[in-house]
Every structure is written in structure tokens, then in C-alpha cells.
Design a binder for this molecule. Structure first.
Ligand SMILES: [Zn+2]
Length: 829
């Protein structure tokens, strides 16, 4: 928020030099009504330079009392989230009492009232610098302390915290002291929770959610607990250090901004992972990945924590790499790497080709506001892919040996990238620092282009990276199918060009997706792809090919129409849900909605509709409706157009099912109603009836999205006022933003595009970073892919007052917009 300071790296270094934080006692009072809660913090800390001064971070609604070593201090001294402390002793005790405000943006202590039953729930999100909105602290990752937390809550509530908790008297909860942890990891979750408890290998396990989701959590608990157990077993097999905390609670919380947060012993996850509606296996796999990702953080991030936010990537890249590796090898989701190739990596590729890209390991991150912007596709997807390269090069044994030495040396402390590189160099005997200079200190995606039997290796920043990869050669069988003839490992040094035989029907570089690289095929192989992509025998290789087609569209090298021809020819026969899901998403979101010229859009949409109908027919005999059939049904609904198809959707809604299944559950009902609203075939009466039938948060979001999507000036204005001038929670804002812009309504929305760029800056600044991201990304008029929108976005970016989160969101959306404009121009040629 604009009224608080950001912590600079220089300030953190100075405060770390000065202070030795030992223990923190935190007492919260959650019984003071819906606006504020009580927060009392007692910090015991040493000071290396008695007489010196510093400040404590605190962002209260009202500061009540500050006492330093028995001295009452004037609370009026608080400035921009910092309270100055002077005349420190060698040993100090600081008490801070404050009223803190609940938030509705997922930052600090979020409060949520469940529309299903009127029950209230609260949870903290202390990351990255929002801890002081809950309790006073020296808020930087390298001032770890032991936290002892107690909470007063309404009597019927359950409270979960980092340590094992118990209710000592009705409504009064006390938690076991934590080991030394960073302030951004302190967590409290409270409300009339529904809990499932279990145990594994001596570790108490808990799953928690709000009461209205109880039946759904109970149904999913066996799978969640199984993945958790498999994760613990895997990590205990590969890490020498046992799980370092006393219990493992996973709390599914409402309106959570990220996927999850790795608070030691009290992980918070978005409660959309407690499935109220049918989901395909890619969503279950995603949830398993998140579960084991957070578990990896218990060691990498929580036991050993980065010294400063410049090594945030190290947390995320490591957890992300481990998540895919553990999920693929130790859970039932054995094709997790296909999801990485088809979906997750595109996040990293896109991010790495934007003006906002940065090295995986940035040289310097000057302050916390900048650090928050690096929480992106580079830190997660590219970083994980880079670590995968490192493991391929060092071997898993040497990699894990180095990681274990790193844990031993820095347990319950802090470390830097260099500490890890030294450990890995020692166990592997390789020049790991040299590798890091090439992969982690540079930006941009390399391209490997196969031409005339040689690999042409280019790099966006002029410094190509070394690649460990494989080359697959595919041949025709007598029956006309494709089969793998051979697969050759290739160690592509940074500055060499390699000879590759190209006499096969299809020669595919990086066919096992080991590296992070764009590939371009030789002309003969590309002809094979056009005729036979669907016949390539391995799904990972098909994922690499779809990804290559995708970035050729984004790079303006493949016309949108040609991409849709590939989709029409090869998706109806596809068996991988990962691929169908990823290809349909890109085909719809970028190709049809942005890159295809408006006059050609109805035809393009009809192509997708027909592909999905074919998939629906192909899966008619399946009894399980949660795989391809579910994706196909969603596709048919989302691409419906014209009166006949609208009438068909109305019939489905009345019948409560897609003919032959799936049955319409809440998600499908709202998706269907949304499409009818966009087409002008349903309106407020239908929305109100649906909301009355299921008064849940799913319905509140569904209704907000539907209302914003109505093709009516009054509805658009109401959505606009709510989004830019109201106080919507983070999730309702996102739902409204998703409904607002509909390519079908281009004429109606014309005036709003200009207004968006006029009002974005002030609205985003008023609501803070989380809402700024919603407004600048989800709220961006991506469908309006014209030069006029490009110029309006550029003019908006020229405003020096834009906050960091707004600027970053806008820069990234503008990059995608420019690519769409270019693709449109190509299509119009
Ligand atoms: Zn993470």
C-alpha cells in the first residue's frame, strides 16, 4: 500500500548486522468483531551496538501501546509502517499492542464470510512483507526467531498455527514454540473449521476447510493424505534431515491469491482445491503438485531460508522441480512431466520473452516491492527447468548429496545461491559456478533450429546456454503409422553447432523435453507434423510439438489459421487430457479471441466447437465423465454461438446434464449460464434463480461473472463501478473482470477500452498489489488486439505514478497484445 515503506536490501543488511532476534510471543484476539483484531507482540532481541537505533515494522489500524525495556514510547512516532526504536540495550524486550484491520484482498489477515451458512473464517498471509499487518516484527527473512503464539477466538472456532496447538480453556488456544523461522512464514488459520486428522511416520497430519465444504473434503481426504504420505516418504528417502517441524496441517482457505503458501506446519492452500464439482485429472495432478511443492519448502525455504529476496527463485525453482520429480515418480500422476511440457513451461517461455524478463537468479533485488514482481514464470517454470538441466548434467546422486550438505550446514538459518553452488561443486567435482553463469545469470530462451543437417543454436541475449537433451528420429511403419526409430542423447555445449541426421520422417530436437529451449523443425519434419502430429507415439513428444506450434504463432511465424488446421486435424484423436486441455486453452484464449481478425472469428470459433463435439462423440461410451469427456463438454459449452446452439445449451440446463453425461454440477451450470449471458440468451432472472438455488461462494463468483458479461450498457457500467470504484474482494474482482470483456461484444465495449487505461492506475494504487495484479492482468482488454489499444497501453505505461505491480502486469499484457496484433496482421495478409 502506498502509505507504507518498502524495505530495501541495504536497510535489511544494516538491521541484520545490528540485531539478533531470539524469541517472539504473539497473542491475537479474534473476538473484536468483523473489522479489527487485537495483536500483542513481545520481541526479545539482542543488539550488537548498544545505544544504536533501528525500527520495528508494524502496519496497524490503530497503534495502542509500544514499550521498549519498560519505557512507554509515544505511539504517534509511527511513520509509514515503521516505528522507530532508539537507545537499544545489549538485551531488549519490545512490546507492541495494536488493533489490526482484517483484509479482503488476501494480504495480511484475510476475513471471509461464507455465503453458504454465514460463518466467518480468517487466515493470515504474511508473505512477502504483509506480516506487519498481523503482528509487529523485524520483517526480513534473515532475522529468524522462535515464535510462541496464542489466540483468543470465538468458542466454537478451531485455530491452527505453525506449532501443535491445544485449546486450554474455551476459546483460548496455545501453540507449541516453533524452531527458528522467518517472520513471513508465521501463520494462523481460524474459524468453525471442518478437520480431518491422521498420522504418518510419527507426524500428526491435519486437513482443514470451512464447514460448508466438509463433505467434499471428506471425499477427497484419502487422495490428499495418500499424496502427503507419498511426499513425506520420498523426501525422507532423499533428504538426510528429517521433517523439521512438529506437525503438518494443510488448511484450505477461501479467496487465497496464490496456489498455496509453505508456512511451516501450517500450509495454506486455495480452497478451490477442495473440489465441489467434477474435475479432470489434470486438476487433481495440479493439486498433488502443489501439495508436494509445499512439502519441499519445509526443507528448502523453511529449514534453510534465503538470506534476501534475490534468492526467492531458489525457493521456488527447487520446490517446483522437486514437485514434478516427486509427483511423477512417487504418486499415481505419472505423466506429470507432460503437464510441465504442455502447460507449466509455457508460463516460463512467455515470461522469458517479454521485456520484463530477468535472470533466474537476479544479481540484485533492491527492495521488497521489486521482489514481489519476480514471483513469476521465470522463478517457477524456467528455474525448475534449469534445475532439471543441472540434475541431468550432475546426476541425481551428486545433486542430492550437495543439497543435503547444504541443509546440514545451514539448518534453521539462512543461505545464498553461492552456498548451494559451492555444496554442489564439492559433491560433483564440476564447474557448477560456470554452469550457473550461463543458465541462471542470463535472460532469454535459446532457439535450436534444424537446417541442412545441422543445429543452428541462437540466443536472445547472444550468449547461448549448454543443453543436455535428446533427439528423436521417427519413421513410418508399413501401416503408415509413426514409430521411434532411435533416440540419441546430445550434450550441446554453449558455443557449438552439432550435426544431426535428418533423413527420418520426423526428427525432433528435445523430444523428451529435458531442456528449456524453443525448437524449429526442418521442412520435411514439419510436413510430417502437419499430416501426422497425432500419430507421434509418445505424448511428451507431442507436447513438445504442440509447444513449438504455439510459439511459432506467438512469434508470428505460423498463421493463426494454420494452427487451427493442426487443431482440427489432430486434437479430435488425442488421448492425453493434458494436451487437449492445453491446446484448447491456447487456441481459444490467444488464437480465436485475440489473434484471429474479427471477421474470421465466428468461423474459428466454430472449428473449436466442432473439435469438441467430435471429442464428445468419441467418448460417448465412457462411463467416467471426468476425463476427456469433461474437457470436451466444457469446450462445446464455451464455444457455442448462434441461436440453435444457445437453444441446445438451454435444453441441457433444463435437463441438468449434457446428453450422455457429464451431469451439470455447479461449475458446469455457471459456465453454461455464462455462455448464455454472453450470447444474450439469458439474463438477470436466470442468474438470480441459479444463485438462490445454491447460495455458495461458487455462485457469488458465477453470478458476478455472468452479470458483467451481459451484453447491456447498464450491466457493463455496474461491473465497471464495482471493479474500479468499489471494494470487491480479490476473488469477486477477478470474477467480474473475467466477465467484463467478451470478444462477441466488441462494439459495446469500444468506449470502455480507452477508459480502462485512464482509470487503471488510480484504482490499482487504491486497492494495493493483489488487486493491482487482478486489474492489470485479468482486467486487461486482451481481445482488443489493435494498434489503437497498443498505443493506449503505451501511453498508460508512461505514467510515472503507476505502482510496481500495475506496471509489471501492464508490461506483460502489452507484450501479448503486440504478439496478437502481429498474428492478426499475418492472418489478414
Ligand atoms: Zn513455492
Amino acid at each position: 500500500m502506498s502509505d507504507t515503506s518498502v524495505l530495501t536490501r541495504a536497510e535489511a543488511v544494516e538491521r541484520h548486522r545490528l540485531l539478533d532476534v531470539r524469541t517472539v510471543r504473539l497473542d491475537l484476539d479474534l473476538t473484536r468483531g468483523p473489522e479489527v483484531f487485537g495483536s500483542t507482540t513481545v520481541i526479545r532481541f539482542g543488539c550488537t551496538t548498544p545505544g544504536a537505533g533501528t525500527y520495528v515494522d508494524v502496519k496497524p489500524a490503530a497503534l495502542r501501546r509500544v514499550v521498549l525495556n519498560g519505557r512507554e514510547l509515544d505511539v504517534a512516532a509511527l511513520r509509514a509502517g515503521r516505528f522507530p526504536l532508539t537507545g537499544l540495550a545489549a538485551d531488549n524486550e519490545l512490546t507492541v499492542e495494536a488493533d489490526m484491520a482484517y483484509s479482503h484482498t488476501g494480504e495480511g489477515m484475510h476475513r471471509f464470510t461464507d455465503p453458504a451458512d454465514g460463518e466467518d473464517y480468517v487466515y493470515t498471509q504474511s508473505f512477502l512483507d504483509d506480516g506487519p499487518r498481523v503482528f509487529a516484527s523485524f520483517d526480513q527473512p534473515d532475522l529468524k526467531a522462535r515464535y510462541t503464539v496464542s489466540v483468543t477466538a470465538p468458542r466454537q472456532w478451531t485455530v491452527v498455527g505453525n506449532g501443535v496447538g491445544r485449546q486450554v480453556t474455551p476459546g483460548r488456544w496455545e501453540f507449541a514454540p516453533t524452531p527458528a523461522i522467518s517472520s513471513y512464514l508465521v501463520s494462523v488459520v481460524a474459524g468453525p473449521l471442518h478437520s480431518v486428522r491422521a498420522e504418518h511416520d510419527g507426524i500428526p497430519l491435519g486437513l482443514h476447510c470451512r464447514r460448508s465444504l466438509a463433505a467434499h473434503l471428506d471425499a477427497d481426504a484419502p487422495e490428499l493424505l495418500e499424496v502427503t504420505r507419498q511426499g513425506f516418504d520420498h523426501y525422507h528417502r532423499v533428504f538426510r534431515h528429517r521433517y523439521p517441524f512438529d506437525s503438518y496441517d494443510q488448511c484450505f482457505v477461501p479467496e487465497f491469491n496464490a496456489g498455496a503458501m509453505e508456512n511451516p506446519g501450517c500450509v495454506t492452500l486455495r480452497d478451490e482445491f477442495v473440489f465441489r464439482s467434477a474435475v479432470d485429472d489434470t486438476r487433481r495432478e495440479e493439486r498433488a503438485l502443489v501439495v508436494v511443492h509445499e512439502m519441499a519448502h519445509m526443507w528448502f525455504g523453511d529449514l534453510v531460508t534465503m538470506k534476501w529476496w534475490d534468492d526467492l527463485w531458489l525457493n521456488e525453482s527447487f520446490a517446483e522441480y522437486m514437485a514434478y520429480s516427486v509427483t511423477a515418480s512417487s504418486t499415481r500422476f505419472t505423466s506429470a512431466w507432460t503437464g510441465f511440457a504442455a502447460n507449466r513451461k509455457t508460463w516460463g517461455y512467455d515470461a522469458d520473452q517479454r521485456p520484463s524478463t530477468h535472470p533466474v537468479a537476479p544479481g540484485t533485488v533492491d527492495d521488497t516491492a521489486q521482489a514481489l514482481q519476480n514471483f513469476d514464470g521465470i522463478s517457477y517454470a524456467k528455474g525448475a527447468a534449469a534445475l532439471r538441466q543441472l540434475v541431468a548434467w550432475l546426476g541425481e546422486e551428486a545433486f542430492l548429496a550437495g543439497v543435503n550438505d547444504y541443509f546440514d550446514e545451514h539448518a534453521f538459518g539462512n543461505a545464498t545461491l553461492d552456498d548451494l553452488l559451492r555444496a554442489l561443486a564439492a559433491t560433483s567435482g564440476r564447474d557448477v559456478h560456470g554452469w550457473a553463469d550461463r543458465w541462471l545469470r542470463t535472460t532469454g530462451v535459446d532457439t535450436l533450429r534444424l537446417a541442412d543437417g545441422r543445429i543452428e543454436h541462437t540466443s536472445a541475449d547472444g550468449g547461448p546456454r549448454p543443453h543436455q537433451l535428446t533427439v528423436g528420429h521417427y519413421r513410418r511403419t508399413a501401416e503408415g503409422a509413426l514409430e521411434l526409430a532411435d533416440r540419441v542423447p546430445l550434450d550441446l555445449a554453449a558455443d557449438s553447432t552439432a550435426a544431426v541426421k535428418t533423413d527420418a520422417e520426423l526428427t525432433l530436437l528435445n523430444d523428451t523435453d529435458l531442456s528449456f529451449v524453443k525448437i524449429r523443425l526442418d521442412p520435411g519434419s514439419w510436413r510430417t507434423v502437419r499430416s501426422s502430429l497425432g500419430a507421434v507415439p509418445e505424448e511428451l513428444a507431442r507436447a513438445v510439438l504442440w509447444s513449438a506450434a504455439r510459439d511459432q504463432v506467438r512469434d508470428g511465424e505460423l498463421a493463426p489459421g494454420e494452427y487451427l488446421e493442426l487443431v482440427a486435424a489432430h486434437l479430435p484423436g488425442e488421448t492425453s487430457v493434458h494436451l487437449v486441455d492445453a491446446v484448447l486453452s491456447f487456441a481459444r484464449d490467444f488464437v480465436v479471441d485475440c489473434a484471429v481478425p474479427p471477421t474470421a472469428r465466428p468461423g474459428a470459433l466454430a472449428v473449436l466447437n466442432e473439435v469438441c463435439r467430435t471429442l464428445l462423440r468419441r467418448t460417448e461410451d465412457e462411463t467416467d465423465h471426468t476425463g476427456l469427456r469433461l474437457v470436451a463438454a466444457r469446450g462445446v459449452i464455451g464455444t457455442a454461438a448462434g441461436e440453435a446452439q444457445a437453444a441446445e445449451l438451454r435444453d441441457w440446463l433444463a435437463a441438468g446434464t449434457v446428453p450422455g453425461g457429464p451431469v451439470l454440477d455447479p461449475d458446469l451450470r455457471w459456465q453454461l449460464l455464462l455462455r448464455l449471458c454472453v450470447l444474450g440468451a439469458a439474463g438477470e432472472p436466470e442468474i438470480a434463480a441459479e444463485l438462490a438455488a445454491d447460495p455458495s461462494d461458487t455462485s457469488e463468483k458465477g453470478a458476478a461473472r455472468c452479470r458483467a458479461a451481459l451484453p447491456d450498457p447498464g450491466a457493463k457500467e455496474a461491473a465497471w463501478q464495482a471493479l474500479f470504484h468499489g471494494e470487491l474482494s480479490n476473488y469477486l474482482a477477478a470474477a467480474t473482470a473475467r466477465g467484463l470483456w467478451q470478444p462477441e461484444q466488441a462494439e459495446l465495449l469500444d468506449g470502455l477500452t480507452a477508459r480502462y487505461f485512464e482509470e487503471l492506475g488510480s484504482a490499482a494504487a487504491r486497492r494495493g498489489p493483489a488487486l493491482a495484479r487482478v486489474l492489470a492482468t485479468t482486467g486487461f482488454p486482451a481481445f482488443a488486439a489493435t494498434e489503437r489499444t497498443v498505443r493506449a497501453a503505451e501511453a498508460c505505461l508512461a505514467d510515472p505514478e503507476l505502482t510496481a505491480a500495475t506496471r509489471r502486469g501492464l508490461v506483460d499484457q502489452l507484450d501479448t497484445l503486440r504478439r496478437a496484433v502481429r498474428a492478426r496482421a499475418r492472418a489478414e495478409q
